[in-house]
Design a binder for this molecule. Structure first.
Ligand code: NOJ
Length: 552
């Protein structure tokens, strides 16, 4: 299996209003299928005031009018199924929008049926929110503070209230009855808070309360209740686990209490920063490799990894872990660095064509709530230029620019002025151009997925990393039965010499995939006067996949 993630507002506008929608998705289903994926994950498409672009839901059982309606959703679902694509929805139940009718009722007073749907206190504790200042906001009408771990307009639900859990089950059934195949469960490890909501550590900005709401005391009971409903439909559950550790992820993924099929972990997205963007550092390949290998080893034989490099929360990976100068080379190499690991890959819209970060001139042009908070919260003493550089590198808006379909105006995303800035590189980086080029990033993604699909070794094989300390090369093996694959990825922007592991030196491996066109590769090797080959050199951001048959 492999999944494609759609962040609908920027995917494809089908009704000419400058906003991506389900009409646009319908038009592009064949394209998605052509990548070789087997499913789609929709980031939220429900009604929402968009304080957090859909992750603040005001109605769980409808479609945002910007994106279409339930009839159009059913049409997309049916066509996706015809094409053999599963469809999973985003389940966001740690919080709702403050415009959700439950919250509107809850705030009215302490004695209405919804009064305990949220977490209200007379006196707030010291927790910070992840997105907007303190985690508590005073509500005049109710005369109390409510908890919001994310933006002010995202009040946290009180999952300890059995009625709230019944609501969640009702939402699951609503979409499952319609025929969806599963859910990606937003910040699901945060839904149970420790009784008494104790004060958090004073010195960790943004995440000081985390020890009291991550993997909280009743999390596994609540998850079991939701799992029971999902089991009735045999559906797929994928949890998002911000800052989850291997040990706690295994509790969700294994044993009789297993409540999730897979989990998105975050370790590998911190090879150039710390989650909050509070700490921002140069990219470190050893850090990235360590995170990859930790998860591969820990889950091997016990659970299954959800593999990704980008999504709507992480800026474009070429701009972070690769190089915009070696755009095609690093874009393809990064694909090989994760698509052959053990697990189910997720590809975020635009990643498959190598979209890169946008650089807007002023902070006012950014629309993401956390981008503004980070800008005003951290590193205030730095020059404006430096602070903007951080924003260019880290803003979630960088991955939310309209999808680049062709070289026409607005990148073929819409006939109208798009709701957000199109990256000016669209004339070069777009689907139409890359369809024509057999060596494009787009076609490389297709080749990788096709290779994975036809090989048991790449699907089921064990994982082993070689030379973990190497600062330029990521090398890993997948082994199953008599077949081994060796995947070698150079993260260097210049040619580097590559050692082969002892056991590979004498084996005749077949090069089954490489990200440099053959002629160009030979010419480049000649130009640098270096031999290519098993004991040879790798070009900048070169990636190779070898297949080896083991006879003894
Ligand atoms: C994780 C989602 O991926 C992100 O976009 C959102 O802002 C937070 N959860 C809060 O819902």
């Amino acid at each position: 299996m492999a999944f494609y993630q759609i962040w609908i507002r920027s995917f494809k506008d089908g009704n000419g209003d400058g906003i991506g929608d389900l009409y646009g998705v319908y038009e592009k289903l064949e394209y998605i299928r052509s990548l070789g994926v087997d499913g789609i994950w929709f980031s939220p498409i429900y009604p929402s005031p968009n304080a957090d672009f859909g992750y603040d839901i005001s109605d769980y059982r409808d479609i945002h009018p910007d994106y279409g309606d339930l009839a159009q959703f059913r049409k997309v679902l049916a066509r996706a199924h015809e094409l053999g694509l599963k469809v999973i929805m985003d389940l966001v139940v740690n919080h709702t929008s403050d415009e959700h009718p439950w919250f509107q009722e809850s705030r009215k007073g302490r004695d209405n049926p919804y009064s305990d749907y949220y977490i209200w206190r007379d006196t707030p504790n010291n927790w910070d929110s992840l997105f907007e200042g303190k985690a508590w906001e005073y509500d005049e009408t109710r005369g109390q503070y409510y908890l919001h771990l994310f933006a002010k307009k995202q009040p946290d639900l009180n999952m300890d209230n059995p009625k709230v859990r019944e609501e969640v089950k009702g939402i699951l059934r609503f979409w499952l009855d319609m025929g969806v195949d599963g859910f990606r469960e937003d910040v699901i490890n945060f839904i149970s808070k420790k009784e008494g909501l104790p004060d958090g550590l004073p010195f960790l900005p943004a995440i000081n309360g985390m020890p009291y709401y991550k993997d909280g005391p009743h999390i596994h009971e609540y998850m079991a209740e939701f799992r029971k409903v999902c089991k009735e439909y045999d559906c797929f559950q994928l949890g998002e686990g911000p800052l989850t550790t291997v040990q706690s992820a295994l509790k969700y993924l294994t044993g009789p209490e297993r409540s999730l099929d897979m989990m998105f972990s975050f370790d590998h997205m911190m090879a150039d920063c710390f989650y909050t963007e509070y700490i921002h550092r140069p990219f470190s390949l050893p850090k990235l490799k360590k995170a990859f290998t930790k998860w591969q080893n820990a889950l091997n034989g016990k659970a299954w990894n959800a593999l990704y490099l980008e999504n709507h929360d992480h800026p474009r990976v070429i701009s972070r872990y690769g190089s915009e100068r070696f755009w095609r080379e690093s874009g393809t190499m990064l694909a090989a660095s994760y698509l052959f690991q053990q697990g189910t890959p997720f590809i975020y819209q635009g990643q498959e064509i190598g979209m890169t970060n946008i650089r807007l001139k002023s902070i006012e042009q950014y629309v993401d709530v956390s981008t503004h908070t980070n800008f005003h919260r951290y590193h205030l003493k730095d020059s404006l230029e430096k602070r903007m550089e951080r924003i260019h590198h880290s803003s979630r808006d960088s991955s939310r620019t309209p999808m680049q379909w062709d070289h026409t105006e607005h990148a073929g995303f819409s006939e109208a002025e798009p709701w957000f800035y199109v990256n000016p590189n669209y004339e070069r980086v777009n689907v139409e151009e890359e369809e024509k080029d057999p060596w494009s990033i787009l076609n490389f993604y297709r080749s990788c997925l096709a290779l994975r699909k036809k090989s048991k070794t790449l699907l089921w094989g064990s994982y082993r990393e070689f030379f973990p300390g190497d600062r330029q090369i990521y090398m890993y093996e997948r082994a199953y039965g008599k077949t081994r694959y060796l995947i070698v990825c150079s993260f260097a922007d210049k040619p580097v010499r590559v050692r082969m592991p002892k056991e590979y030196v004498d084996r005749k491996g077949k090069l089954v995939l490489c990200n440099y066109p053959r002629g160009e590769r030979e010419e480049l090797y000649r130009a640098i006067k270096r031999p290519d080959g098993e004991q040879g050199w790798f070009l900048p951001y070169e990636a190779r996949v070898y297949r080896v048959s083991v006879t003894t």
